[in-house]
Write a protein that binds this ligand. Structure first.
Ligand code: OGA
Ligand code: MN
Length: 196
C-alpha cells in the first residue's frame, strides 16, 4: 500500500495495518541492529507516564532503547527515510502538522505484555500518530504477543500478530490497545509523530 493509501486510511477510520511495510531483508537488518544494541545492555525497563516515568512491570514489561544519532545504524536510517515519506504524505492530506518522530526499539521478554492504554499523555498532547513496526522472524499464533486493538471501544478488539515487516499506525489519542504476553522475545520499533 503506498503512503497515500495509508494517509487515506488515517483520515477514516483513523488506523491501518500494512503487512510488508519492510521487506524481509530490511526487517532482518533492523532486527540485527536491535539485537546488537540489546546484547550491549543499551536497553532499559520502560516506564509508565511522562517525565520521571515509573517502572511498573505489571502494566508494561518491555525494555526500550530510544533512537538518537548515536544509536542510528544504516537500517534505522533507512526506516527513518520511509517514515519521513509517510509523514509528508499524511501532512499533505490530513493537515495533522506532524513535525518530528520519536522512536524506540522495544523488546518484551517472554511472559511480558502491556496492559490496555491510550498513547497520548494527559499532560502533553504532542503525540499525534503512533507507528509500530514489528521485527520478529517466523512469528506464529502459538507465540502469543498479539496487539489487541479496539477500532471502537465498545466492540471486541481485533488481534494483530507482530509479524516482521508489518506496520501498524493509528491516531494516538483515539484507540485503546494492549499487548498480550508472548511466549518468546517480542521485538519492535515503535514511534510517535508529534506536532509542535
Ligand atoms: C506501545 C504499544 C504495541 C505493540 O509501545 O505504546 O502499545 O504492539 N505497543 O508493540
Ligand atoms: Mn501503546
Amino acid at each position: 500500500m503506498p503512503t497515500n493509501k495509508v494517509a487515506a486510511a488515517l483520515a477514516d477510520p483513523g488506523w491501518c495495518v500494512l503487512p510488508d511495510f519492510l521487506s524481509a531483508t530490511e526487517t532482518a537488518a533492523l532486527r540485527n541492529e536491535c539485537l546488537a544494541a540489546h546484547a550491549n545492555g543499551a536497553f532499559h525497563a520502560a516506564g509508565v507516564g511522562k517525565g520521571v516515568a515509573e517502572v511498573r512491570s505489571e502494566i508494561r514489561g518491555d525494555q526500550v532503547l530510544w533512537i538518537d544519532e548515536s544509536v542510528a545504524g544504516p537500517a534505522i536510517q533507512a526506516v527513518q527515510e520511509k517514515l519521513e515519506d509517510l509523514r509528508r504524505a499524511v501532512n499533505q492530506s490530513l493537515y495533522l502538522g506532524l513535525f518530528d518522530v520519536e522512536l524506540h526499539f522495544a523488546a518484551y521478554p517472554p511472559g511480558t505484555g502491556y496492559r490496555r492504554h491510550l498513547d497520548r499523555f494527559q499532560s502533553d498532547d504532542r503525540r499525534a500518530l503512533t507507528v509500530i513496526i514489528y521485527l520478529n522472524e517466523n512469528w506464529t499464533a502459538a507465540d502469543g504477543g498479539q496487539l489487541r486493538f479496539w477500532p471502537d471501544e465498545h466492540c471486541d478488539p481485533i488481534e494483530i500478530a507482530p509479524t516482521g515487516g508489518t506496520l501498524v499506525t493509528f491516531l494516538s489519542d483515539r484507540f485503546w490497545h494492549e499487548v498480550a504476553p508472548a511466549q518468546r522475545q517480542r521485538l519492535s520499533l515503535t514511534g510517535w509523530f508529534r506536532r509542535r
